[in-house]
Design a protein around this ligand. Structure first.
Ligand SMILES: [Zn+2]
Length: 365
């Protein structure tokens, strides 16, 4: 996840903190310092460290449950609303998905109950004032854990409640339809949260925007996944692609740029094998610093990931997403350039699929 810092590694999982989580903690510390002085701020820092540990335990609830089903977790990122464990995949079986989603909030409930038992009677009003440093630390921590459990059970992605909802819906209507229904319910909740935020806590507004964007992303990703099911790279790739020989100059590349509508160009060697990718922005930037005779080999992005014509389109989509690039070179059996796969292609494919869901692209086989 962007804007996060790795702080360590536990049982094969990298622990990362998102910058907004740190800002959230700073806000709590600073407000205590202003109202109640240094001693209170210090106690709040201790509270923050313990809260941080509880959020982490929550995430490891998910991570260790997923591991029981054979799913590893490369990293976990902490956000103000809890944490996001980047599981390698979501369990296919709705029952397993439900167990993994519920394991996180369950950890917070166990911690809260344990703290309440340790501290004896806890006045409910005290538990609500979790940012008030005058309240007993154990009571505040118990309150925070209950808050984490309840908040994470809001039925919206990326909250655990969104996963719970998805798992339950999957049992009734299958995973694809469950995703779009769950995403829509999540966006509905985001509107309710945002509305509450407008008239109450501005923090809710921030969370609402976050939830809305995450739910929209989940729905879009699910639509794309279902559109590419059963398709191969050759079904969606651009075949009329202008390429640039690796020995070309910046001036040659400008000629090709102007002659076509492409924004990215495969750079090929003498055997038509892709050796790099020339991106319009890089070319323009290079022209500002180098003469037009300069070789494009210095400007191209290399090595560039390639996919094969018969490769599964879903796999190619993963490569496209992982590299953060906007285009992929497609090669045939001999390794020679056969076409290009771009985000525009994928968008066009989805448009076709939206009006003709059974489109099979037979004419291209
Ligand atoms: Zn969780």
């Amino acid at each position: 996840m962007l804007w996060s810092i790795t702080i360590g590694r536990v049982a094969g999982t990298a622990v990362r903190i998102h910058i907004t989580f740190i800002l959230f903690l700073v806000w709590i510390g600073a407000s205590a310092l202003r109202h109640d002085g240094g001693d209170a701020a210090l106690r709040n820092v201790l509270f923050i460290v313990l809260l941080f540990a509880c959020v982490l335990l929550h995430e490891f609830g998910h991570i260790l449950t997923a591991r029981r089903f054979g799913i590893n977790t490369p990293e976990v990122t902490l956000l103000p609303i809890g944490g996001v464990a980047s599981l390698e995949r979501i369990p296919d079986k709705p029952g397993q998905e439900l167990a993994v989603a519920l394991a996180g909030p369950a950890v917070n409930i166990v911690i809260a109950v344990a703290l309440i038992l340790v501290a004896g009677a806890v006045i409910p009003e005290e538990m609500q004032k979790i940012d008030d440093p005058r309240i007993c630390l154990v009571a505040r921590l118990a309150g925070a854990n209950l808050f984490l459990a309840i908040f994470n059970l809001i039925p919206a992605f990326p909250m655990d409640g969104g996963r719970v909802l998805h798992a339950v819906l999957s049992m009734k209507m299958g995973p694809q339809r469950a995703t779009s229904v769950a995403a829509r319910i999540g966006q509905g909740f985001a509107f309710v949260l945002g509305f509450a935020g407008l008239f109450g806590n501005p923090m809710l507004l921030f969370i609402a925007i976050f939830v809305y964007v995450a739910a929209a992303g989940e729905a879009q990703d699910s639509a794309l996944r279902s559109a590419v099911t059963g398709l191969r790279v050759m079904d969606a790739m651009e075949t009329r692609v202008a390429s640039v020989p690796v020995e070309a100059s910046l001036g040659d590349a400008v000629d090709v740029l102007l002659a076509t509508a492409q924004h990215q160009f495969p750079v090929i060697d003498g055997h038509r094998k892709p050796v790099g990718l020339l991106v319009r922005e890089d070319l323009i930037a290079a022209l500002g610093a180098h003469p037009r005779e300069a070789p494009i080999a210095d400007v191209m992005r290399a090595p560039t990931p390639v996919v094969r014509v018969r490769q599964d389109l879903g796999e190619a989509l993963n490569v496209l997403g992982a590299g953060g690039s906007t285009a992929l070179c497609v090669v045939d059996e001999t390794g020679a350039l056969a076409g290009m796969l771009t985000r525009e292609n994928m968008a066009e494919m989805m448009m076709i699929k939206s009006v003709q869901p059974d489109w099979t692209f037979k004419q291209r086989r």
